[in-house]
Design a protein around this ligand. Structure first.
Ligand code: NDP
Ligand code: GDP
Length: 335
């Protein structure tokens, strides 16, 4: 039975990846940081009904000694480094924390693997945000990077460290440059979930408007379930490498609103407002990925359309709010 260690197992991708690996017969170890709210922190794993099937181990990306011990103890065949301060907007308010966790944290994990179990295959969760101010209309593995936020700068450091550990020490270390991917388990602060949650509240009479920032930004959105499959495929190759994972289609936030409101028969123009405090100090205006290399070498293609993704998210948010209302509970506050 192969063993996988996932950092960030309590996040969106960690939960879907754990589910994917369990179905393939893996023993799944998840690094979970200590929190006073640990009773609710496994919510995504609970939602997928796999909380009891994974082994959670206490750990934090900022403490390399603890990472060394964890890798030494479990000697995983595969390590997926998904943990990060992953929200771009927060990275301007907490740039040093973002650098420490998202950047140095990845280097800590690479060091732990190099010291304790260098034969493990390593996956780094890199991001399309590294393209930032885009240098080509479609971004591939060959497109130069131009990060536009502390988050993107930290991810770029982690990406190059992964490449360097592969080239310097011969480690099987791959970097997946993933474009935005979403699901019902997406954090509520991200725009897709904010929109689908807002649509559900409005439809159920719990809210009467949805404040957003820049409606013209465009993203290449896929489904997290499809994207974790690509992570695994990268680690099954003989040679480690870097891959762009994307759908090759993008849409604006305005388009996203049209699809989400349209799903419940509402007109977004009646509810969406714009607020200047939701604009960012620097914007990534447009992202569009070219995943030809992943298609050719990994045989990977996305399986979920944007319309199906948004429909699934709206339905999940409607169900969440309806259940909470029936149980007399309030759901988390609007963002
Ligand atoms: P989430 O924000 O949902 O999950 C982040 C995870 O990291 C959580 O489990 C969180 O734990 C954990 N974490 C944060 N800080 C630490 C720390 N100091 N030590 C240990 N664990 C920590 O992210 P996603 O699942 O959406 O994304 C997974 C990875 O992929 C991230 O690195 C993200 O930056 C990257 N990425 C995501 C994209 C996307 O569209 N989703 C696109 C490209 C890259 P806790 O639950 O305690 O907060
Ligand atoms: P990101 O691509 O990782 O930054 O993912 P987000 O989902 O946080 O943001 C995607 C795009 O949506 C960015 O260009 C944001 O500026 C834009 N956006 C517009 N309004 C909002 C909002 O209210 N919240 C968030 N999170 N993003 C917004």
């Amino acid at each position: 039975m192969p063993t996988a260690l996932i950092t960030g197992i309590t996040g969106q991708d960690g939960a879907y990846l754990a589910q994917f690996l369990l179905r393939r017969g893996y023993r799944v170890i998840g690094l979970m940081r200590r929190s006073a709210s640990s009773d609710v922190i496994g919510e995504r794993l609970r939602w997928l009904r796999i909380l009891d099937d994974v082994e959670l181990v206490d750990g934090n990306l900022t403490d390399v000694s603890n990472l060394v011990r964890v890798v030494q103890q479990y000697k995983p065949d595969e390590v997926y480094n998904l943990a990060a301060q992953s929200f771009v907007a927060t990275s301007w308010h907490q740039p040093l924390l973002t650098g420490t966790v998202t950047g140095i944290g990845a280097a800590n994990m690479l060091e732990a693997v190099r010291i304790s179990h260098p034969q493990a295959r390593f996956y780094q969760a890199s991001s399309s945000e590294m393209y930032g101010l885009i240098q080509a209309p479609m971004q591939s593995e060959r497109t130069p990077f131009y990060p536009r936020s502390p988050y993107a700068a930290a991810k770029l450091y982690a990406h190059w460290m992964t490449v360097n550990y592969r080239e310097s020490f011969g480690m099987h270390a791959s970097s997946g440059i993933l474009f935005n991917h979403e699901s019902p388990l997406r954090g509520i602060e991200f725009v897709t979930r904010k929109v689908t949650d807002g649509v559900a509240r409005i439809k159920l009479g719990l809210a009467d408007s949805l404040p957003l920032g820049n409606l013209e930004a465009r993203r290449d959105w896929g489904h997290a379930r499809d994207y974790v499959r690509a992570m695994w495929l990268m680690l099954q190759q003989d040679q480690a490498d870097d891959y762009v994972i994307a759908t090759g289609r993008n849409a604006s936030i305005r388009d996203l609103c049209r699809i989400a409101f349209g799903h419940v028969g509402l007109d977004p123009d009646a509810y969406v407002t714009t607020r200047s405090d939701l604009l960012r100090p620097a914007e990534v205006d447009v992202l569009l990925g070219d995943a030809s290399k992943a298609r050719t070498r990994l045989g990977w293609t996305p399986e979920t359309s944007l319309e199906d993704l948004v429909a699934e998210m709206v339905e999940a948010d409607l169900a969440r709010h309806s259940l909470a209302a029936r149980q007399g509970r309030t759901t988390e506050p609007e963002r």
